[in-house]
Design a protein around this ligand. Structure first.
Ligand code: DC
Length: 232
């Protein structure tokens, strides 16, 4: 398939564990455009604040911290690694504690302001598949394509649990389910940029779909709009 010659923005939003990352990564690769994982940025911000012992209610310190923070994605073996101030912290970002810290810190308006600014800068520079909670509603409301990926809460918890097992992290399914429920509630009910489907986003329920099927649905839609066939 030809790469897009314009800086195309594809927004992929949805709740935790719906399969957004895997699909977004594959989609970006198929289209030959960058993949920007915005959840990883909130995770990195949460990690740094925790390391520095900054209370999430201390907005002044959080603002100062982010003014002095560098977040960069580097590609290694077909996956993105996140460098926080020059240190590869990727492996620390995906524990349930880091997920909770990310969800908690993402409620803070100044944190969202700073990270949205960075996301827009990266997106405008090269275009890409941006994955998160508020890409189609806030970060790029005029994105070329918007998708909202969902799945039942039990299925999402099962997927997260399996992922953690594969990474060698031992945890009970019930605890993962509780974590996913906690984040759903918090991400959807926060005041600033809550998780919400954009009115013009295409919703895909992945509960009974495999990754390839989801990817094909998205590609088919994009290529139909572009007037190409998905088999090229
Ligand atoms: O996608 P993820 O599970 O890695 O995201 C971690 C947390 O970051 C999630 O609970 C909510 C927050 N987040 C957000 O508020 N806005 C985004 N665009 C992406 C993530």
């Amino acid at each position: 398939m030809d790469s897009f010659n314009k800086k195309i923005i594809i927004a992929i939003d949805g709740p935790a564990g719906a399969g957004k990352s895997t699909v977004s990564r594959l989609l970006a690769r198929r289209l030959g455009i960058p993949y920007i994982n915005t959840g990883a940025m909130y995770r990195a911000a949460g990690l740094k604040a925790k390391r520095l012992g900054i209370d999430f209610s201390d907005t002044e310190s959080l603002k100062k911290m982010l003014d002095e923070t560098e977040i960069e994605f580097v590609w290694k073996d077909g996956r993105e690694r996140l460098y926080l101030d020059g240190e590869d912290v990727t492996d620390e970002l995906y524990t349930p504690e880091a997920g909770k810290a990310a969800s908690d810190i993402s409620k803070v308006p100044v944190v969202r302001e700073k990270l949205v600014e960075l996301q827009r800068r990266i997106g405008r520079e090269k275009g890409g598949v941006l994955e998160g909670r508020d890409i189609g509603t806030v970060v790029f409301p005029d994105a070329d394509f918007k998708f909202f990926i969902t799945a039942s809460v039990e299925e999402r918890a099962r997927r997260r649990w399996r992922e953690l097992q594969e990474k060698g992290i031992k945890i009970d399914y019930e605890d993962v389910l509780k974590d996913v429920e906690y984040r759903d509630k918090q991400d959807s009910s926060r005041e600033v940029a809550p998780l919400r489907k954009a009115d013009d986003a295409i919703e895909i329920d992945t509960t009974d779909l495999g990754i390839e099927e989801v990817l094909e649905k998205i590609l088919k839609y994009i290529l139909e709009q572009k007037g190409e066939s998905s088999s090229s």
